[in-house]
Design a protein around this ligand. Structure first.
Ligand SMILES: [Zn+2]
Length: 268
């Protein structure tokens, strides 16, 4: 999947908004065809000659799900199923962070302590295998809510296993049904978090950025906070309240020409 990202140097020369030109019109200030990266902080080189850094405001699971939609759109059904499923796996990780947030980041503290973040990263490393992650998610959900949430259906897991381990290629309709199943599962929980743990979601973005920043060798405080950030137009978009109201289907969304474009640029 390719992204269109803003060039911070064009939009914010010297850290101040460019008053000469309105941002991101007619392709100006945008860098096309940036490959989807592992983390939410990108170093991009534009046709303008600038090299700049930008943060993506969307969560990793949102970007992976989007990558599944693009793969399906282009007829790569096996790849689409893989992307939808890894989006779900990243969503389990995201859920762990949201549910455990009061432990990771004291509600009264404005800043996250770097050691806690590094310890959390080590914890996620322990949960690298799929079964452990799913188990940790269900256990954590129960610990916080006092009830178990339903599991992602076994029948759907076998669709994923056949696609990955046996190379089975599904039809468009089967891929769409799988993607819709993953999305329905995610949306119910995401809505629940939005209502019950809005601070957890908000802070989880900072955690995701912090983990990416540490990987790049940076200290948590300082430059990371001043990097410009951008929101990409994606099918799952927890930053956009309209997502929770909408009953948009994947099939309808695939006809939308604005898929994957940057919709907002802001400095924090
Ligand atoms: Zn530029």
């Amino acid at each position: 999947m390719k992204l269109e990202l803003p060039c911070s140097e064009c939009l914010y020369p010297g850290g101040k908004p460019n008053k000469q030109k309105p941002p991101m019109t007619e392709g100006w200030g945008l860098i096309p065809n940036v490959p989807l990266g592992n983390d939410c902080i990108y170093t991009v080189e534009g046709p303008c000659g600038h090299t700049s850094m930008v943060k993506i405001h969307n969560f990793k699971f949102e970007m992976l799900f989007e990558s599944g939609i693009r793969a399906m759109h282009d007829g790569y059904y096996r790849e689409a199923i893989t992307s939808f499923y890894v989006a779900l796996e990243r969503f389990y990780e995201f859920s762990l962070g949201v549910l455990a947030m009061p432990k990771l980041w004291d509600e009264k503290e404005e800043e996250l302590d770097e050691k806690s973040l590094r310890d959390f990263a080590k914890g996620l490393d322990i949960l690298k295998s799929s079964e452990k992650r799913v188990g940790a998610f269900h256990g954590m959900y129960y610990a916080v809510n006092g009830v178990f949430t339903k599991a992602f259906p076994e029948s759907q897991i076998s669709v994923r296993n056949k696609a990955i381990h046996q190379g089975e290629i599904k039809t468009h309709a089967e891929t769409l049904a799988f993607g819709t199943g993953v999305h329905d599962y995610i949306k119910v929980l995401l809505r629940e978090y939005k209502e019950n743990f809005p601070l957890g979601i908000h802070r989880m973005k900072y955690v995701e950025e912090g983990l990416a920043w540490i990987k790049l060798g940076g200290q948590l405080k300082g430059k990371m906070n001043s990097l410009p950030s951008t929101l990409i137009y994606t099918f799952i978009n927890s930053n956009d309240g309209r997502y929770f109201e909408s009953s948009e289907t994947i099939e309808h969304y695939m006809q939308n020409p604005t898929m994957g474009r940057a919709v907002r640029q802001e400095t924090i």
